[in-house]
Design a protein around this ligand. Structure first.
Ligand SMILES: [Zn+2]
Length: 285
């Protein structure tokens, strides 16, 4: 997995990490990467992995890996307890995130280091830490103010990486989880990203969460400035639920799931394809 990141870093593209909690979402992502020849990360949050089952999603991803021959990695998104991380390791996840961003800087270092030691011992290649405060949930929401003090501090980032041994770092540079109801989210603090990349870009792979609402030109610049992995969730959830609602309104008599879901899969696939092109990871295999 780290080799895939290295290739992304060297060739100035980012690998998309798309969240799933069911087969339809997974199917949409796989169809998109087959068409566009892109590497991909399938991500499940704590809630999503609890719903679909960690062993179950591992088995599904394995089936698709075998069938397509494409590099597909399974990642635990925002693991917040050692227990959940242990479950993901036991289920055979390729990659995990420990999110200690709500802890103090010192506690975050201490807990992340514990997770790194645990996961490395079990042969997990990629361990992502998080530094800086990210607002919002992966849904439509009211606008929030981004405070400069919540952004990732470049010096702290360097210290965090050295003391914890993480291989990836999620940064807060004006990104939030979710999309503002008013439309587009605020611009990224790209100067801050440049500073972080200068301090830490050669020691770690940089991750951008909350890409659903970020202006497209900012995403492109962020990739040029060293972002290697980009997480997208809300935009896929919206495509899924809006298409499903409309289909059921238009076809109230329809009760056959495999006749209801194809349009939903198609809508999610379209979003994944757009994002892959935006991240410049298409035609890389
Ligand atoms: Zn996130």
């Amino acid at each position: 997995m780290l080799n895939a990141f290295k290739q992304a870093q060297e060739n100035k593209y980012a690998i998309g990490a798309f969240n799933v909690s069911n087969l339809e979402q997974l199917k949409a992502i796989i169809q998109a990467i087959q068409k566009l020849k892109s590497p991909v990360i399938i991500a499940t949050s704590q809630g999503e992995s609890k719903f679909i089952g960690k062993k179950q999603i591992r088995a599904l991803v394995d089936v698709y890996k075998k069938e397509t021959g494409l590099p597909i990695f399974l990642h635990l998104d925002h693991g917040k307890s050692l227990e959940v991380i242990q479950e993901a390791i036991d289920a055979g996840y390729d990659s995990i995130q420990f999110d200690g961003s709500e802890l103090s800087f010192e506690e975050n270092i201490e807990m992340t280091k514990k997770v790194v030691d645990l996961a490395k011992n079990k042969g997990i290649e990629n361990i992502e830490g998080e530094l800086g405060y990210l607002q919002g949930k992966s849904s439509l929401q009211e606008a929030v103010e981004i405070e400069e003090e919540d952004l990732t501090d470049p010096n702290q980032a360097e210290e965090f990486i050295e003391k914890t041994g993480v291989t990836s770092l999620a940064v807060a540079i004006g990104n939030i989880h979710g999309i503002f109801k008013s439309g587009q989210n605020p611009h990224l603090f790209l100067d801050r990203l440049k500073e972080i990349n200068n301090k830490a870009g050669d020691k770690v792979f940089l991750v951008l969460h909350g890409a659903s609402g970020i202006p497209e030109e900012d995403i492109k610049k962020a990739v040029e400035l060293g972002i290697d992995k980009i997480n997208v969730n809300t935009r896929l959830r919206l495509a899924y639920t809006e298409t499903l609602k409309k289909f059921l309104q238009d076809n109230p008599e329809q009760t056959t799931p495999y006749k209801i879901m194809p349009l939903v899969v198609e809508a999610v696939q379209r979003v994944v394809e757009e994002k892959i092109k935006l991240f410049n990871s298409d035609n890389k295999l």
